[in-house]
Design a binder for this molecule. Structure first.
Ligand code: SF4
Ligand code: SF4
Ligand code: FES
Length: 239
């Protein structure tokens, strides 16, 4: 099948974005967007749809196995991992539009600066100061939370998240939830306060993030548990 690929490019954060359009032939149902980008970039005779040569498209990847989150980008309007997005499945009427995540500062082509998301984890003090232990009945939930890739796809669709804002979204809520499940009395109180301030207070609970998460994390179950710990019940408090 001959696909039309449209890639949003920019030379640097200061430059305006433009669209690179090219034709790409594939019949391989397993081929991913990541494999397509690698194939294009490795072709020394790469040409756009008008036959003009172009520089390799800059994008990030590491594991190519849906485990690191580095290749998150917007594919036909949906934030996805390029190494997980099947080219022929993602195509709409033979066309695929690819662009960078929009909630983070642009760097170049499909690369964005996800530093604000990582800085938020530090700002929310997401760590334990005392020994923590996940109770046996919470191991499934803790495992779910630990599967977060910090890819940022959930933030892309979240109506309440913007980089640098007080609301930190699910990318912070997942590690926060994981820590809440292991924290001792002192840490739990501190984490619950941060969770309330940076997640519970700003989250509309629409769960638009749930279906977009490429790791398929049970975000709803974790939210229910963390909201209860942070707001409604405080079983660790002495009466
Ligand atoms: S439930 Fe809605 S507001 Fe809350 S993090 Fe998900 S998308 Fe954002
Ligand atoms: S919750 Fe899912 S979509 Fe959000 S950062 Fe973690 S893995 Fe990515
Ligand atoms: S390259 Fe690691 S998730 Fe895609």
């Amino acid at each position: 099948m001959l696909l039309q690929i449209e890639i949003e490019r920019r030379m640097s954060p200061e430059h305006k974005p433009y669209t690179l359009t090219l034709k790409y032939e594939t019949e391989n149902k397993s081929e991913t967007v990541a494999a397509m980008l690698q194939s294009i970039n490795s072709n020394s005779r790469r040409q756009d749809a008008e036959g003009k040569s172009f520089e390799p498209v800059r994008w990030e990847c590491s594991c190519l196995q849906k485990k690191c989150g580095a290749c998150a980008m917007v594919i036909n309007g949906r934030p996805m991992l390029a190494c997980d997005a099947k080219l022929l499945e993602a195509a709409k009427r033979g066309r695929i539009a690819i662009g960078p995540l929009k909630k983070f500062p642009p760097v170049a082509d499909l690369i964005v600066d996800r530093g604000p998301m990582l800085a938020a984890l530090s700002e929310a003090k997401l760590w334990l100061t005392e020994q923590g232990l996940v109770k046996a009945e919470n191991t499934d939930l803790a495992f779910e939370a630990s599967r977060c890739l910090q890819c940022g796809c959930c933030l892309e669709v979240c109506p309440n998240f913007y980089a640098g804002g007080s609301f930190m979204g699910m990318a912070a809520a997942m590690p926060g939830s994981r820590l809440l499940l292991a924290a001792g009395e002192t840490d739990k109180a501190a984490l619950a306060a941060e969770y309330k301030k940076h997640v519970y207070g700003g989250c509309g609970k629409s769960l638009a993030c749930r279906s977009i998460c490429p790791a398929g994390i049970d975000i709803e179950a974790l939210l229910v548990n963390s909201n209860a710990a942070a707001v409604w019940k405080r079983p660790w408090r002495k009466k």
